[in-house]
Design a protein. Structure first.
Length: 305
């Protein structure tokens, strides 16, 4: 992928997964795998990489914190993902976290092939607001947001889902001009729940990329217009995820997430995600904390696990 680090555009290898069987984790296989990945990408002329890890190794360029929006409260309590606070009953906790059953933003609909060019243009302009951001061409935008939508009709793969669906992408179309003014996306990453026969799988949705034309209106950040718009758009993402029977909706303190997480009732998680650049040095980027006058979150525009 092409990655912009502040004003520098560099081709990088994006390391998504590096997995070693738990019985082999004391055999120091990870350095062997890293060396082999490095060798292979070097052969095609790529000498930098971006990767994330929950552990701290020298030296992360940014650190983001996970936040969680509870959807299926009863199940999350049952599997001990969350707990009922001392000053609250389970019934009140369910009521507080209740999600609307209808979408709120006028003109919102699922993304289609005809939207790719407009979404690519909006995405490209929006990502220029962040110090660390991917640079996607039109084909990459189509791949990122359309290749995982599954097959068949919505409902064939369960409530709110197509068969094999991994990615959900919605756009907001202005009914008068037919311009795409906003879009959001999220993806599914279920986890196995250990020692739970009743609820063996945790259905987790992760906020992916989004953008809004409101960001380019003068004074939109200062007067709160961008915050209100993103709350409405991402609020509809919660509605879509809830209709698809997800149990929890996760987001990181990156992009424009920080100002909206609390108002959308995301709880602060205890997980941290460290961002690393291989063979590239840069000053720290604003993640869960502000850096160099840049507000928290706005240093990082790359969404990774």
């Amino acid at each position: 992928m092409n990655l912009r680090v502040r004003s520098n555009l560099i081709p990088v290898s994006e390391i998504n997964y590096l997995c070693v069987h738990k019985k082999l984790r004391s055999k120091r296989l990870a350095p062997v795998l890293i060396k082999e990945v490095t060798r292979r990408v070097n052969l095609v002329g790529v000498f930098q990489a971006i990767y994330t890890a929950g552990v701290v190794v020298p030296t992360p360029v940014s650190v983001c914190r996970y936040h969680h929006r509870l959807l299926n409260v009863t199940k999350l309590i049952d599997i001990r993902f969350a707990y009922v606070p001392r000053n609250m009953t389970l019934a009140r906790m369910i009521r507080v976290n209740k999600i609307s059953s209808s979408l709120a933003v006028p003109g919102i609909r699922q993304m289609e092939d005809r939207d790719v060019l407009q979404v690519a243009d909006l995405f490209t302009r929006y990502m220029q607001r962040f110090d660390l951001a991917p640079v996607f061409d039109v084909d990459e935008v189509k791949h990122q947001f359309m290749s995982g939508v599954g097959t068949g009709a919505v409902g064939d793969g369960g409530p709110g889902r197509r068969v094999g669906q991994v990615t959900w992408t919605y756009v907001v179309e202005d009914p008068a001009t037919h311009r795409i003014t906003d879009f959001f996306s999220f993806y599914s990453l279920p986890s196995t729940v250990i020692n739970s026969s009743k609820n063996p799988v945790l259905e987790a949705a992760y906020l992916f990329y989004y953008a809004s034309e409101t960001a380019f209106v003068g004074g939109a950040e200062e007067d709160g217009a961008l915050k209100r718009r993103l709350e409405a758009v991402i609020g509809d993402a919660l509605v879509v995820a809830n209709e698809a029977n997800f149990d929890v909706f996760n987001a990181l303190t990156l992009m424009d997430n920080v100002p909206i997480l609390q108002d959308l009732k995301f709880g602060v998680g205890d997980g941290l995600l460290n961002f690393y650049l291989y063979n590239w040095r840069t000053a720290p980027l604003a993640g869960m904390n502000s850096e160099g006058g840049v507000p928290a979150g706005k240093g990082v525009g790359v969404v990774m696990l």
